[in-house]
Structure formats: C-alpha cells, structure tokens
Design a protein around this ligand. Sequence first.
Ligand code: GUN
Length: 287
Amino acid sequence: MAQIIDGKVISNQIKDELKAKVKEYKDNGTEICLAVIQVGNDPASSVYVGNKKRACEYIGIKSLAYELPEETTEEELINLIEQLNNRTDVNGILVQLPVPKHIDEDKIIKTINPLKDVDGFHPHSVGALSIGQKGFVSCTPAGVIELIKRSGYDIAGKECVVIGRSNIVGKPMSMLLLRENGTVTIAHSKTADLKAVAKRADILVVAVGKPKMITAEYVKEGAVVIDVGIHRIGTTDSGKNILCGDVDYDDVFEKAAAITPVPGGVGPMTIAMLMKNCVDSVEIQKQ
Ligand code: GUN
C-alpha cells in the first residue's frame, strides 16, 4: 500500500514559509509585485489566473492583473510586457498561456525580461537550468522535486524515469532530477518497450497526457510515482468534474511505495512554486 503524497498539505507548508519570508522583506521595506496578463477569456485560464491572484493575496505579494480583450494585437501585448520589464516596482511577469492564435507564443515568452520570468519559460531560464546557473525554474517540475524531497525520498543515485518530453514539464523535470544527482532516463511516445524502461524507475514521473495510461505493469515494486497528468473524464450527477491523471491510481496503489493523487498531488504545487519564484526574484534581480 502506497504512501499518499499530499500536494495540498505540502503546497500549504510552502505557502506559509513564503508568507513569513514576504513579511520579513516587507519589514525591511521590500515589496514583491507580480504582473499577470491574460489575453481573451478562456474559462480554464480565468480559473488559473484567479487562483494565482488569491495565492498572491495570501502570501502578501502585490498582484497587478491585466485582462486584455481577445483582439489584442501581438504588438500591443509586446508593448505592455516591455513597459512592465522597465518598471522597477514589478518583480515578476506572467502571460497566461495559451494566448490567442494570432499571437506568437514564443515571441511573447522571449519578450519577458529573463530576470522577471517567474514561469521559467524563457530560453535564458531553460539554458541556465541546464548548465546549473541561477535562474527561474518552471513551476510544475520544481513542485515535483519538492513533493519527492519533502516526502522523505532521496533522489541522489536513484533511477529516475520521466515519461514525456515537453518543454514545460518533461525536459526541465529531467534536468532538475539530474541536478539532484538522479540517474535520468527520458522516455516518450517513440520509446521502445516503454513498460520495461518505466519499470527500471525508483522514481517515475509521468507527464504523457493520456488518462490512466500507466498501470501497475509499468511500475517497479516500491517505486515513487508522481503523476503530472490531469484529465476531466466526466461529471457526477451533481455536476462535479471527475478527474484522473496519467497513472491508473487504483491499479498502481498497491505496488508503489508512494504516489501522488489526482487531484491534490502535483496540481497545487504549481502555484506554490510560482509564488516561490516571485519571492526568489528579489535575490535573482540583485545579480
Ligand atoms: N497555462 C497553463 N499552465 C500555465 C503556467 O504554468 N503558466 C502560464 N503562463 N500559463 C499556463
């Protein structure tokens, strides 16, 4: 029977630690400010942005909200980011993704000053991570590391398998596990005999984007299993969403040493780590 790694509890611990640090900064005259930009009104994005604002309020970070219409041009968005880049009272800039199709996402990410890139998506941040330099780390993979460490598992020397190679999760995830001295394999949709590869893992991080794909057959007895996926697979009679991850939780539960549930595992960590990046921005901007 697996230990359940509770992302709500761990993310709340992190938020409380950050709240204390923000208070210290404030007492010394430093206020932290995050600018959040949303273009259009995609309902899922509005929920995420609302959660980010609430987390800022809780921790004591000032948040500036820019809700721009769907028709906003790329040039207008770039102008706004450049203004925010130049403002000394703004520490972090986040453009909620996805942006409307007429806007080039890569160009927008590259416009954000890397010293304010609290999402960790800028090529500078990605490069800094891969060569072990100071910089912002993408929030979801950073949250996974915290979940593993704060649940009492060592990464050093362990066989770590990451399934998925996206720029936002799989790639930074593998760099972070490597930074923690794990022995890292990146598996993906073209990997031959994925089951055998996954089964090598002491620490298995799954970000494939396929509901319940990872069954017990992919998991070594006693592995730590982290599920980054989240899928809505239906609604209850009372209209509540039924969610699941990339891992078949019930099937894997008996075999793993520890597992993250969906919801309530990795999900709550992303915002906690965004808040951590905002707090860390003060030091990063002293460079
Ligand atoms: N859209 C979904 N997740 C994220 C995220 O972590 N950051 C941004 N900027 N947009 C997102």
